[in-house]
Design a binder for this molecule. Sequence first.
Ligand SMILES: Nc1ncnc2c1ncn2[C@@H]1O[C@H](COP(=O)(O)OP(=O)(O)O)[C@@H](O)[C@H]1O
Ligand SMILES: [Mg+2]
Length: 326
Amino acid sequence: MNQRKSQAQKRILRSTNPPRAKRKGGPHSGGVDAPGILDSRVLPDEELGQHWEAIILDSGIKDRLLAQAIINFTVRPRVNPQQVPLHGLIVLHGPPGTGKTSLARGLASRTADTVGGIGEFLYLEIDPHALTSAALGRSQRAVRDLLDSTIAERADAGPVIVLLDEVETLAADRSKLSLEANPIDVHRATDAVLAQLDQLASRFPHLLFIATSNFTKAVDDAFLSRADLVERIDLPGPDACREIMLAVIKSLSEVFPRVGRITSHEDFERAAKRSHGLDGRRIRKVVLSACTFDKQTALDPNRLTAPDLLRAVDLARRELELREGQ
Ligand SMILES: Nc1ncnc2c1ncn2[C@@H]1O[C@H](COP(=O)(O)OP(=O)(O)O)[C@@H](O)[C@H]1O
Ligand SMILES: [Mg+2]
């Protein structure tokens, strides 16, 4: 398919896709309903913006991510790519439960919020499994349609940010399937997908891919080497652990006001300290687990105590140690 569209073709494309501005935000507000697309939204999006706010990191990682994403839309379209190579790819990697998916979604919304004057942003979330199953020949056409039509057409019409969540599934699926009948084809097919993603990014300077991975070692080196920024998102540090816990308690106390009092108990500080080593997802869950030691507290979380919280943290730590010892 010829990707260089005439102005007339672009007008037709826009007219068949109602102007993004007229649509309401929220899930599927982008109106792209195609195989392999999990979600499409008009950006900025309130819900995605909240993901950004919810993630608490120790250092200037958020600023760096946002700056890199902004550069993609402000600098990349205007400079010579031979001299200033920017590929339109940001990779977030690190242990599970550290906020990568939330950050990626939030970053998309924040970027659209910050960059003005280049048209309305569209957010697309791709299911990487769809890419591999399609690449394996079950539906080669679907993957071509997804990349060459769905994404290319949208990127031709305006700025687009694409989330490739858990991108290692592309590579992991490949190694798993290598054991089966036709390993060379499998490798070729997945390589082709990665090459196509790369090519798309180079053709459309207003297209940005944000990829996340829980296992960086499983991600194709060729893919990683093209990234403009590879950012490791680690387990939260001691201050962040405490802040995450406080954020959950604050949110709970909006409904159950007496929960807030536990933060002035010395066991709260102990619990916060001992939560260091747990991931952000676990720390958020641990506050609710603390309500499960007693049926009465489950019925009325106002009864939650700081020693309950400490006990829940210790249990979570023990469970983690057991898992790590396996
Ligand atoms: N650093 C953090 N600060 C606040 N919440 C966090 C943090 N890390 C993880 N979480 C919470 O854990 C949950 C899972 O986050 P997610 O983005 O899916 O992580 P990942 O993609 O790294 O597995 C979310 O509810 C998120 O708010
Ligand atoms: Mg994730």
